[in-house]
Design a binder for this molecule. Structure first.
Ligand SMILES: Cc1cc2nc3c(=O)[nH]c(=O)nc-3n(C[C@H](O)[C@H](O)[C@H](O)COP(=O)(O)O)c2cc1C
Length: 176
């Protein structure tokens, strides 16, 4: 299947990107096609709630890089949401892309499988809001959750290289 990973971290080659690549490595070992999108480096504005999309077959009135994201999502079977925790939640950049999915609320999505990859500086206790948002969204949209992995203790750039749980991320990709 085709899997799109939405990397919501703005830090180039940071801990979240390392997580995304480990997942991709596992999935590719099972012959899945994986595309990682560094959405924090794309020009994507927030949803304006104009509801133009509802009257125009899911086409958003805003002409920005979200069109490129939809190009990928429209042929995807699975989407992985990946983000570092910023102030006890996912990054604003990933939330912005999630908000823009509203455009397909009426016409629906090609993919129906998802997963969540999160990392944070603290060891634990900071993932609650992000997981709650993800679970509510997947339940509402009837997406099948394939796994949630959280990795804490990631204080510095590159700490992820030494994280034992990175093997779990690779294994999640290989389990598909
Ligand atoms: C603006 C900002 C806010 C953060 N907020 C939190 C937080 O609330 N809790 C936490 O444990 N770590 C927090 N962190 C640490 C990051 O989640 C952590 O270092 C993560 O591994 C960074 O991933 P990256 O290398 O992909 O950017 C924050 C980092 C930044 C830059």
């Amino acid at each position: 299947m085709k899997i799109v990973v939405l990397n919501g971290s703005p830090r180039k080659n940071g801990n979240t990107r390392i997580m995304a690549e480990a997942f991709a490595e596992g999935a590719k070992s099972k012959n899945h096609e994986v595309k990682i999108l560094d959405i924090a480096h794309m020009n994507i504005k927030g949803c304006m709630a104009c509801e133009y999309c509802f009257a125009h077959d899911g086409v958003c009135v805003q002409k920005d890089d979200m069109a490129l994201v939809f190009d990928e999502l429209n042929t995807a079977d699975m989407v992985v949401f990946a983000a570092p925790i910023y102030w006890f939640d996912i990054t604003a950049q990933l939330k912005t892309v999630i908000d823009r999915l509203y455009a397909h609320g009426k016409i629906g999505f090609n993919f129906n499988k998802t997963a969540l990859l999160l990392d944070a500086g603290a060891d634990g206790g900071v993932f609650t809001a992000a997981i709650a948002q993800y679970k509510a969204m997947t339940a509402f949209l009837k997406w099948e959750d394939k796994g949630i992995i959280t990795i804490g203790g990631m204080m510095g750039k590159g700490d992820m290289e030494k994280a034992a749980k990175l093997a779990d991320v690779r294994a999640l990709g290989a389990s598909l």
